[in-house]
Design a protein around this ligand. Sequence first.
Ligand code: AMP
Length: 256
Amino acid sequence: MKITRSITEYKRWRNSLNCTALGFVPTMGALHIGHASLLERSVAECELTVLSIYVNAAQFDNAGDLANYPDSREQDLALAEKLGVDMVILPEYDQMYPDNYRYQVDEKVFSQKLCGAHRSGHFTGVLTVVMKLLNIVQAHKAYFGKKDYQQYRLIADMVEAFFLGTEIVGCEIVREPDGLACSSRNVNLSDHFRKLAPKFRQLLMRDLLDDEVAGALSLAGFEVDYIETLEKRRYGAVTLGEVRLIDNVSLFEEGL
Ligand code: AMP
């Protein structure tokens, strides 16, 4: 497995390839079995797989959340190697933002809803960094998790809008045995909140109105950001202690 911090070096490697199926999995590190499922799918479907690890400050609207974002670089690299990743890129801010974030990708409609309505500038940060990464990596396919369903849809639509050459593949949500969606932030939950956390998805799936779900979550001890159903998918964001969790369920699949 090759590892590089240099975009120039990555491009040299990319230009040397004669590969018709290059897969790409962008992440912010602190890898867990959700990330592993994306990497496994890429390794299974593609000739070569590229992993990026970059904690993108531009998409954080909360300095505390960024400061507490977990980092497990050594384990991440060991997992990547075990899963058969061929190249890892670990760029620094100066490499990713030579423009110091003067240029940004803005979406005006869907990015204003759900998480976008509660995290100012979040999706502009996400779309800008993903645009940069897709242009750098030049993959045939890039894998994104449906845990971040709004992000996945916005990226798929951006690729179409800007005629980018990478196919966006949406991957199913990987959950802990108790139903909590795997997330890098879960390690920051206290024992008490970790036990409470599975109630989030259980209530999202209940045959209740969004406001009733929000009320039940508040009563159970969650701080509710939003619970909202759009096109038969119920999205939610809550905070437990200092930890923000998001999830979504297809009400169509739940038969509701
Ligand atoms: P992150 O490191 O949080 O930016 O996530 C990197 C990628 O992994 C994104 O496409 C996420 O949607 C995806 N991902 C994170 N958690 C999960 C999960 N539990 N199941 C499936 N995909 C996930």
